[in-house]
Design a protein around this ligand. Structure first.
Ligand SMILES: *Cc1c(COP(=O)(O)O)cnc(C)c1O
Length: 230
């Protein structure tokens, strides 16, 4: 019941943030982050209506997936991907939010090419320039996007960011705004708007601000499943 209630509350908050921003709730897609969550509880969320789940580790996803193979859901890889796991990631995920190098893009492309289907991907941008975080610097986004556009098995959809953490979501707002501006700048430089439509930004503590700044995908774990065991 808890999960169902949490979902309802989150959906109300998404709707309210959309109203404030003059946006439509159907233009914001919540991806429910199930890292560290056991398959039984993931199934509970599925039964409450969730169809988009996010995991940040390929290995963890691989170990939980057999218990969930009967569910029809879209799985999103939201964590850093190592090139040696590209093939497994391709098998387990329908979206990859964390492309952050041409080498990784090439590997995922090679893994996807035999499927004959195009894999939706996002470029992860390291907006804060934090050395501890993955993602490309702003200046590298354009060349990487142009590279991905040449790989026919990848379907570039937009940008993703994990801004520096702050207790106060207002402190994070400029980063969310910057990601949206960056997408518009790339468009004005000639990149096709269709490859810049999605902005994956905002987590449990700051998703409303992210929506106000244009998020089309918010990634929510704690708000649905409660605090994770460390
Ligand atoms: C864990 C995680 C989330 C969800 O975080 P919550 O604060 O639990 O909502 C979102 N995005 C990424 C990349 C994560 O690793």
């Amino acid at each position: 019941m808890q999960i169902r209630d949490n979902l309802a509350r989150v959906q109300e908050r998404i709707a309210a943030a959309c109203r404030r921003a003059g946006r439509r709730p159907e233009d914001v897609r919540p991806v429910i982050v199930s890292k560290t969550v056991v398959p039984e509880r993931i199934r509970e969320a599925y039964e409450a209506g969730v169809r988009d789940f996010g995991e940040n580790r390929v290995q963890e996803a691989a170990s939980k997936r057999p218990a969930l193979s009967d569910l029809t859901v879209t799985w999103h890889l939201i964590g850093h991907l190592q090139t040696n796991k590209a093939k497994l990631a391709r098998e387990l995920f329908h979206w990859i939010h964390s492309i952050d190098s041409t080498r990784l893009a090439d590997k995922v492309h090679q893994a996807a090419v035999c499927t004959g289907e195009r894999l939706p991907v996002l470029i992860e941008v390291n907006l804060g320039g934090e050395v501890s975080k993955s993602g490309v610097r702003e200046a590298e986004v354009r060349p990487l996007a142009e590279h991905i556009l040449r790989l026919e098995s990848l379907d570039l959809r937009g940008l993703m960011a994990i801004p520096p953490f702050s207790e106060d979501p207002e402190q994070v707002r400029p980063y969310f705004r910057r990601l949206r501006e960056l997408a518009r700048e790339l468009e004005s430089m000639g990149l096709p708007p269709s490859c810049l439509q999605e902005l994956s930004m905002g987590m449990s503590h700051d998703f409303e601000v992210a929506i106000e700044e244009g998020a089309t995908i918010v990634r929510l774990g704690t708000a649905i499943f409660g605090e994770r065991n460390k």
